[in-house]
Design a protein around this ligand. Sequence first.
Ligand code: ATP
Length: 815
Amino acid sequence: MAIDKNNLDEEALSLRFYKIVLSWDYLRLLKESDRKKGKGDDDNALVLKKAKNSYKDVQDYLATFEPLLFEEVKAQIIQGKKDDDEEETLWMKAVTVGCSEIDGFHFPMISCSDSESIQQNDLLLLSNKEFGDGKRLPTAYAFALVEDRRPDKIRLRMHLSGEVKQLNTQEIEACSRLLSMRPLVTENAKLLHVLKICSLSTIAREYVALRSVSSLPFKDLILSAADSNRSTEDHAWKISRPLKEFLESNHNKSQLDAINAGLSRKTFVLIQGPPGTGKTQTILGILSAILHATPTRVHSNRVKLSSVKRGPELSMSDKYKHWGQASPWLGGINPLDQEMPIDGDDGFFPTSGNDLKPEVVNSSRKYRVRVLVCAPSNSALDEIVLRILNTGIRDENDRAYSPKIVRIGLKAHHSVQAVSMDYLVEQRLSGMDSQIGDRQKQGGPVKDKDSIRASILDEAVIVFSTLSFSASPVFTKLNRGFDVVIIDEAAQAVEPSTLLPLSNGCKQVFLVGDPVQLPATVISPIAGKFGYCTSLFERFQRAGYPVQMLKTQYRMHPEIRNFPSREFYKEALEDGPDIEEQTKRSWHEYRCFGPFCFFDIHDGKESQPSGSGSWQNVDEVEFVLAMYHKLVSRYPELKSSSRLAIISPYRHQVKLLRQKFRETFGVESDKVVDINTVDGFQGREKDVAIFSCVRASKDKGIGFVADYRRMNVGITRARSSVLVVGSASTLRRDARWQNLVESAEKRNVLHKVSKPYAEFFSQENLKLMQVEVVHDKSEAPPEDMDIEVSIAAEADQAPQDDWGYAGEEGGYDED
Ligand SMILES: Nc1ncnc2c1ncn2[C@@H]1O[C@H](COP(=O)(O)OP(=O)(O)OP(=O)(O)O)[C@@H](O)[C@H]1O
């Protein structure tokens, strides 16, 4: 079945988006933003509607989300200007070399100096002169979108007819600024000044997905957040006994419940995975189950068993009938599905050279489900791809095999290159090289890259893509949509972003995530305040939609697990078998290095180096250095970035810590410790984590340290010890932090520390804090540690992926 995507509608929607954004006045946006900061409020608040749990119809939905999305676009434009506080505004010079006008848009062609950083879908500002830093303001300026990037020229799209004032009417109001821009772009050899603002790639796709909500599968469910279509026994899917036994022996009860919810064919399955509860393991279990399940209907009691023809007895046409009944979407069929698979040969892509075999499909297999797996970030996605490459998934006979998979999009981690689209295309091209000569001689067609891509995509059983890339043009060429979409880290995506993969068509959606960990990065404070950062997952959960919660954690020492379980998960978390034993370490012999300690830096002071925005605390940095020195000199195995993390909510604090460690350990300091923001550590774990809270004042608040999701992520990264460093009196102003400090106090691990900090770790003091000699289980780090380090840690070096997502670095500070 060709997927039901109306490209013309999509194009009209993108044009609508660009018409609005391109007509905006950049200087006015800057002014508005400054005014908002001064007033701490926003005039737009009058037209914005707060996001709700459910919507009565599409109009209600769009009336809420569309203005919020445009608020976010404005904020991204403003942030584009001051993205990095050290980088000055970089103007480029360009000359016009041609222009056309179609459907109310101008398409100037420019030749631009130093334009390597400019990409397709970037938003640029064009002006008759440079401005900023006290320079006089220009009279002619306008936004332009990069339509096409060629080596020597750039084709732009501009909207110079006037400004769009109202989103709903889209009426255009004449504007002298835009009019005076016209001669500058329509006449040749005019000099222009160009400023790169930001990429609109992701948010433009999100806008299209949002406006297309009425044609998405499960529209009513998405709007109402209530499942009227309760699954019945009849719809449920069944798996073979060997596969069932495998799943039962490798998954705990809550993981199995989540897998079974999927087999019940519920259209939306929500799975909440608190830290360390095995979300990836559950996703792999779901893949094994749904790729090898058959409908219960075939075995249903309502049909007399004696009348059911069993596998080998079914004629070919009966088999097709069953395929059709159970999988109606297999209608206009993928050519591969028209042939019954031959036993033992389903073909497969080369993978990482492991020992796993390709899938063995015997002729009793009646279903071929296709799955799209997405995540908001490249690193979250590649964690799953890598797990599949390493462990494979299970077939109905409980044999591990490498399914046909392809990883689409940019920036695939090097360890998953073997299944990346670009690599597979190159493989096929080089395989074809030898045949091309013959074909050309015979006048036969030579396949181009696009059609190779399309056939790889069509053949893959599981396709992996970031959310943003799942709406890229490569998907519009699909012959057949997806049966199942699985979205990992779904609570870290704004709702329009979650709609993106659904537009490829699907029958069932799994949302896997944890709304009590960090949400999506939303730049606009006002949009955030009105609920734009609420994920679809969280909205459904709030509306009372059933959620499968994974309850057994395999990461943390029970003393670390205890507090977040009580504070964030209604005491639901349990420990996996032997976790206490596995997370015991020799440094627990000192009370100050126990599993969950608090260090009260009571005389520390917070400061704001740039006058606003991010905070730092020099005293906490000094203490953290002293603590690190003591830890690694006593336990040298901890002198490694794969085992010890220093985490802080604030970017300035992270910067200062990195600088001090570099001064002490030289340029290689990132090998001895991993320092990052809380946002940068989501989804990762270390043996020991030192958490520097920063905020310390007599009377101020604690800013976004108070965000319980940030607190949850910050204190749940460590396997054996989390050492929280902060000002107890300041943090106690927040109820949750008060609970944390109190909990430390009760367990006798609230350590009040005074200067000089090194004294705290003196021999005498340590002796006083000695509790017992603890048997250390840490010599052999968990098997997956290297994987975790490689993908997640390398992601740190890429603060933004190409599709507009803040990378693992953490996209924003509380300013
Ligand atoms: N049922 C289980 N039995 C034993 N160990 C398990 C089980 N499920 C998961 N684990 C272990 O728990 C650890 C975390 O699991 P996994 O990597 O699947 O979770 P994750 O989703 O990547 O992590 P997080 O929950 O922090 O996001 C792994 O070491 C894994 O082997």
